[in-house]
Design a protein. Structure first.
Length: 86
């Protein structure tokens, strides 16, 4: 059984890893490679599947928490952009 510190480290790692995915996507977007804009969500979902497939439950839970935060952030920005056009 893993100790408590390792469990929490896995959870936080699962929350931080998608930040690098979306940062990579942003860098590719600003460099003119617009067709790679969907690489971050694809990597994020692939990481969730891989984490649960390899038995890293806490890592997968952290990735799912990050996915929820990303969805909320995208929805909020989408709402702000469309509310400015009225």
């Amino acid at each position: 059984m893993a100790d408590n510190k390792d469990v929490w480290n896995q959870l936080w790692l699962g929350i931080v890893i998608p930040v690098f995915f979306y940062l990579l996507s942003f860098i590719l977007l600003t460099s003119g490679r617009f067709w790679l804009i969907f690489i971050a969500p694809v990597l994020h979902i692939a990481a969730i599947i891989a984490a649960f497939a390899f038995g890293k439950i806490r890592l997968g839970q952290g990735l799912l928490i990050a996915l929820g935060l990303v969805i909320l952030l995208v929805a909020a920005c989408f709402g702000l952009i469309f509310s400015m056009n009225n």
